[in-house]
Design a protein around this ligand. Structure first.
Ligand SMILES: Cc1cc2nc3c(=O)[nH]c(=O)nc-3n(C[C@H](O)[C@H](O)[C@H](O)COP(=O)(O)OP(=O)(O)OC[C@H]3O[C@@H](n4cnc5c(N)ncnc54)[C@H](O)[C@@H]3O)c2cc1C
Length: 244
């Protein structure tokens, strides 16, 4: 923790798939004054338990397009970062075992096409050809989305984190954020257990003011609603290079 920077423009709390992806994309946008703080190890949260299926079709076109972007990213991420992702574009099968479900699946195929996704309608035998272990006695029909796939959630997060580092983002593990300081409806600081060694505040206000003014502590989730903020240490000793 001694190498924690004293300030950062953007602080990301948590190194699961969401934090790693935000870090990667901020780096890709040229934002390098960014630090990700993870209280344990990267991907040690619920991301580690995810199954890792990557299906794209949703009822919302925007979400479907976002998932299409994920597939395009996963296609190139391993080569870009050198970190394996476990990505396999093996396609996804949807099965219908009664007439009503078959009607629904055919409607899904229409929706997919209207969103620009190729989704093939298959007979039970054609579906079995794709997955020979499957019993198809009660299958009425199936739909196959060839660009769906699966990934290792922890590996894809690690790959995004590596990509973020390569783009200049700082990542620190073993640093829990224990508080967020809000002033005038804006996040000005994050706190860690070692006093307020790593805290954030708007760069315009002097640190001494920060210590005198009353503070309202918010839950970490409030950080997502705050505007980007410059960070300065709120306690501890500052070395000449600005680091704690
Ligand atoms: C490929 C893939 C497929 C998925 N498919 C599905 C699906 O089909 N259906 C579904 O419902 N979900 C799915 N998910 C989502 C998954 O189940 C989880 O909901 C998701 O991975 C959670 O990610 P997260 O980053 O929000 O949280 P987490 O992985 O839990 O990450 C949060 C991190 O924050 C850290 N942290 C928490 N508090 C602090 C603090 N105060 N200070 C510092 N660090 C802190 C934790 O240690 C943790 O590492 C999928 C996920 C992936 C990656």
């Amino acid at each position: 923790m001694s190498d924690l920077p004293g300030s950062a423009r953007i602080v990301i709390i948590g190194g699961g798939i969401v934090g790693a992806s935000v870090a990667y994309h901020l780096g890709a946008m040229g934002q390098t004054d960014v630090i990700l703080l993870e209280r344990g190890r990267l991907t040690s949260g619920s991301t580690w338990h995810a199954a890792g299926l990557v299906g794209q079709l949703r009822t919302s076109e925007n979400i479907t397009q976002l998932l299409g972007y994920s597939v395009a990213l996963y296609d190139r991420l391993e080569a870009e970062t050198g970190q394996a992702t476990g990505w396999k574009r093996n396609g996804g099968l949807r099965l219908a075992c009664n007439a009503e479900r078959w009607t629904e699946v055919r409607r899904q195929a229409t929706t997919a096409r209207s969103f620009g996704l190729e989704m093939q309608l298959l007979s039970p035998r054609e579906a079995q050809d794709l997955w020979p272990l499957m019993q198809v006695d009660d299958v009425v029909g199936a739909a196959f989305l060839p660009t769906d796939g699966q990934v290792s959630p922890s590996d894809i997060s690690a790959s995004l984190a590596r990509g973020a580092r390569q783009k200049g983002v700082t990542i620190r593990e073993g640093v829990a954020v224990t508080g967020i300081v809000v002033e005038d409806s804006a996040v000005v600081a994050v706190e860690t257990p070692r006093r307020r060694q790593h805290s954030a505040r708007l760069g315009a206000a002097p640190v001494s003011d920060h210590r005198r003014r009353p503070r309202r502590h918010a839950e970490p989730a409030d950080a997502a609603r705050s505007r980007p903020t410059h960070l300065l240490e709120g306690g501890g000793r500052r070395a000449g290079d600005g680091r704690l």
